[in-house]
Write a protein that binds this ligand. Structure first.
Ligand code: 2AM
Ligand code: CA
Ligand code: CA
Ligand code: CA
Length: 255
């Protein structure tokens, strides 16, 4: 958390300077010099203190991780780069630490709001100094669900017809543009569920630990466990709501 606070002040300082913005897989997939600098900052610190740990980072300065043996740090230096570039808010640093494939420490630091969501597996989850409660049961009609509007329009990854009844049935939808913040909000009870079609391990590694620590459930949209070494669809939420939506809305009606 000290490193995340330190990286947070480096990012805030950068608002005064000119950013270098490049694109990656497509014109909407952005990366800046700060994404790379912050990743390197964490990697340098981790290597110094834990030379035997593996590091999986979005911007590629970490290791070529292809197994979860030993201790693995999964890092997204800036989650919500588009928000960072366009809004200078609503982005987060996300760090998940796994040991032999089991989540141990999850940190999501929403930099501009100065909100530190953190959990040590088995010892509780916190927002700054405040303990987060176990997630309570909620019915779909009373739920607030995070989903990006693009998934409700025609898209390459999923037929939206399965999602429309969920959007119709819930109390309201939200979209924050940072998967880590959306997962942290589910853990904090600010959202009841989060649905998205494709995330990488660094987008959800910390959020998974936080959500499971407060008794929530996170899986793919098919209900299968997440693969921490590849891309996944993501469905996170309060456990009873997750089960209800999976059973009545997402599962193939024939099965
Ligand atoms: P990023 O900002 O770290 O890239 C935006 O809706 C959310 O989806 C962000 O959390 C963003 O993470 C993530 N995301 C995952 N893959 C992406 C991609 N190819 N392009 C843009 N955002 C992506
Ligand atoms: Ca990115
Ligand atoms: Ca991300
Ligand atoms: Ca990122």
């Amino acid at each position: 958390m000290d490193w995340a606070y330190q990286a947070g002040s480096i990012i805030r300082e950068s608002f005064k300077k000119q950013l270098t913005i490049e694109t990656k897989s497509n014109a909407d997939d952005l990366v800046t010099n700060m994404d790379k600098d912050v990743e390197r900052y964490f990697i340098d610190n981790i290597r110094k203190h834990h030379p035997d740990h593996q590091i999986l980072g979005e911007e590629g300065s970490g290791d070529d991780v292809n197994s979860l043996e030993g201790t693995v740090w999964i890092i997204d230096p800036i989650d919500g780069t588009m928000n960072f570039v366009h809004q200078q808010t609503n982005f987060a640093i996300s760090i998940g630490v796994y040991h032999e494939g089991v989540g141990k420490v999850g940190i999501i630091y929403s930099v501009v709001n100065d909100e530190m969501f953190h959990a040590i597996a088995g010892s509780g989850a916190f927002l700054n100094d405040y303990p987060l409660s176990k997630l309570s049961e909620v019915e779909l009609e009373k739920s607030l669900i995070a989903i990006n509007a693009t998934w409700i329009t025609k898209n390459k990854l999923m037929n939206p017809s399965k999602l429309i009844p969920i959007v119709d049935g819930c109390r309201g939808t939200r979209s924050y543009g940072s998967a880590a913040i959306e997962l942290a909000f589910v853990a904090a009870g600010r959202l009841d569920a989060y649905i998205t079609m494709r995330l990488s391990p660094w987008d959800f590694a910390a959020g998974k630990i936080l959500i499971e620590e407060v008794g929530g459930t996170i899986s793919t949209l098919d209900g299968t466990p997440l693969n921490l070494l590849g891309q996944n669809s993501i469905f996170a939420g309060s456990t009873s709501l997750h089960h209800h939506i999976l059973k009545d809305y997402l599962h193939d009606s024939k099965s």
